[in-house]
Design a protein around this ligand. Sequence first.
Ligand code: FAD
Length: 560
Amino acid sequence: MNSFSGKQRESVLQASEHERYDVIIIGGGITGAGIALDATTRGLKTALFEMQDFAAGTSSRSTKLIHGGLRYLKQFEIKLVADVGKERAIVYENGPHVTTPEWMLLPIYKGGTFGKFSTSIGLRLYDFLAGVKRYERRKMLNRKETLNKAPLLKKEGLLGGGYYVEYRTDDARLTIEVVKKAVEQGAQAVNYTKVESLLYEDEKVSGVVVKDLVTGKEYKVLAKRVINATGPWVDQIREIDGSKENKTLKLTKGVHIVIDQKKFPLKQAIYYDTKDGRMVFAIPREGKTYVGTTDTFYQDDLASPTVTKEDCDYLITTIHDMFPKVKLTLVDIESSWAGLRPLIHEDGKNPSEISRKDEIWQSKSGLITIAGGKLTGFRKMAEQVVDTMIESLDKEQDMPLGTCKTKNLPISGGDVGGSKDYKQFLAKKTRQLLKYDLDKMTADKLVRLYGSNIDRIIDYMKEDDSNAPKTDLPLYVQAMLLYSLEHEMTLNPLDFFVRRTGSLYFDINWVLTFKKQVTSYIASYYRWSNQTKSCYENSLDQVLGESRIAPLDRTIIKIR
Ligand code: FAD
């Protein structure tokens, strides 16, 4: 059985007590995942512990764009834009199945934040800083061309638009694919394991005490170095280390809402100005339009930030202002999510003004903390963290540990011949899947979801596994589920519906159709008691409810 199967967790944890790792990473968001991949491919013995599911923190709650952060140009963050902008192309090349180019329209209005001239210059600078390929460089559109692309836009005061490329991703899947690649290369990664405390030897951090939140068992795991990649939680780990000093985190909450295309038939991704001087994305995706984000300071529960009625009202108002023909009420929100930006505190700045840059801090005990940053820059951040760590490790090792190897390394599912051959790959595998009685849309969706791992899904559809629980799920859903149980450490229905398939956000009907059978299947697979099963059923229903109706009056709307 694969070492990244849910059934292997306990034996991996037991074995970890007898190891001494080169590095332990705390946190399985995109930052920790990237560090695990970088470290393991440089030959370091690597372990990663994640207290929730992989990506369950901020890394499944972003705007889901691999982007250079055009708006940071307004704040003159030239280096950030250049670094992150260049990384876009690398992330795309190494995982074209989870990253898709998306032309973005920036409408220009009389009296708006961006003038025609400044947009033209800004976008040209952006192309230059991000090293954008010739055919993806910005175009300036006149008023008519802008309205042709986005007829729903407010006409009054419209002067034209800037048209440029960003990349759309599924943040949680990107994270999972990076973790899977790290595991394939030799790292150990376990979800639902919380680092409760740190171990020390001669006042230097020498390991962690980690608790398996599934069984309640604790393990002492030793390592030469420990990295704190816990995003919004980094100060909590620094507190355990007694090193929360100088700079600290400031968290801001960002909310997105999802609306069906029947209600908000947007065909073109738009990045628009709001009346309070902020910028909001509206992005068409899989028959839906999602809109976000808000940006407000946050101090509440870190694990489950919620979407409030005020958040939804704010976003709906911005939609009404920019797309006057669209008429929405809270009832039209199909799903939503809220995430926390782990930003580095800057005195006197409002949420949108605080820099998104990352920093590496090393405490007296040797604990390395990575704070801030963006999804897009994860590979580069990982390179910098591992470089920092290696400087000191090299002195202890017999051999130098070498340089970063991830620039040209496809992530799991990314062996599709690069972006150049991806279209061909997609068409070929989609045709192959059609033989299994799938419609074209589902086949296409599956290939995009799994990339080169689609062959494993096809194997599962072919195999008649007598050990697999009996089910009346469609063959392809069963194959997806088995793959996620055996190769992606899915432990419960939420892992599957939220972070392995993204369906809870973008295909709520699919979740409602299969949630019962999927839960029963997982229950048989792990031999859950009835009590455990009903616990997971309830938590799925609660998240479904919160995602869809938290901001609404629960007496009016009931989940179908
Ligand atoms: P997280 O994903 O939060 O991971 C940290 C993990 O550490 C968590 O999963 C947590 O459970 C775990 N952990 C904490 N304590 C412990 C412990 N004691 N033991 C074990 N595990 C622990 N960036 C972009 O590039 N593009 C975007 O479009 C974009 N949009 C965004 C929109 C919003 C609303 C927000 C909030 C952020 C956005 N970002 C975007 C930024 C990006 O999402 C984050 O920078 C990134 O996801 C942070 O990843 P992380 O791994 O550092 O943190």
